[in-house]
Design a protein around this ligand. Structure first.
Ligand SMILES: [Fe+2]
Ligand SMILES: [Fe+2]
Length: 221
């Protein structure tokens, strides 16, 4: 994981001024072992992985709004998906955009501002919970903010990454995103909102969140 990240960073550092078509021409030749790791994780590129998760998130909001005994389970699944999705974007995708795209710094800063606002709404929603007063209003508010944010990511950031970054590196980023999501926190944490805090704190917070999830499920069953 760390080595994959370092390889990605080294690749970016070796061509700091590349953007657009220039970077597209400078396709990275990943070493054999990292290609094997990438293939073992499905070989999907990062844009495909995250775009699929955007669709799952939209569906998750609809499911979490349904009344009935499955509402809590659907709500928790949505929170978990949102938490691991944003953790991986903050740790890998926005930093890659910042390094590889011509206006990547401004672009990544805008996405992070939206993510901070979304996290504020999700923390409120998490504390309200599916049984609390105002749940549907808060759920809808978070849905609107996150749907807008996801559309901007796809339109402005993902498309540009596809043009500027080699296919091999996009697949490596896809593998890094999947690995990060294995141990990422499963609920929103206000101060875990950038590359450094995600890479440093997430491996500690993730297991704590997962242990709390398991305890809650045991208590509920
Ligand atoms: Fe995001
Ligand atoms: Fe996203």
């Amino acid at each position: 994981m760390g080595t994959l990240t370092k390889l990605t960073a080294q690749g970016a550092a070796a061509r700091p001024l590349l953007a657009g078509k220039t970077a597209a021409r400078a396709a990275t030749t990943a070493p054999g072992w990292s290609l094997r790791v990438t293939r073992a994780l499905g070989g999907e590129d990062v844009v495909d992985v995250l775009t699929r998760q955007h669709r799952q998130i939209k569906l998750g909001f609809l499911r979490a709004a349904l009344p009935g005994p499955w509402r809590r389970r659907n709500f928790e699944r949505l929170m978990r998906l949102l938490a691991v999705h944003e953790a991986a974007e903050e740790a890998h995708v926005h930093p890659a955009a910042r390094r590889a795209l011509r206006h990547g710094r401004e672009l990544a800063a805008r996405r992070r501002t939206e993510e901070k606002e979304a996290k504020r709404l999700l923390i409120g929603l998490w504390h309200t919970g599916p049984g609390g007063a105002g749940y549907l209003r808060r759920l809808n508010e978070a849905r609107r903010a996150i749907t807008r944010h996801a559309a901007r990511e796809e339109r402005e950031e993902f498309r540009a990454l596809r043009r500027a970054v080699s296919a091999a590196r996009l697949r490596m980023l896809g593998a890094e995103v999947k690995l990060t999501q294995v141990y990422a926190p499963t609920r929103p944490h206000r101060w875990v909102n950038n590359e450094a805090t995600n890479k440093l704190a997430a491996p500690l917070l993730g297991p704590v969140d997962r242990a709390r999830d398991a305890m809650r499920h045991r208590a509920a069953s």
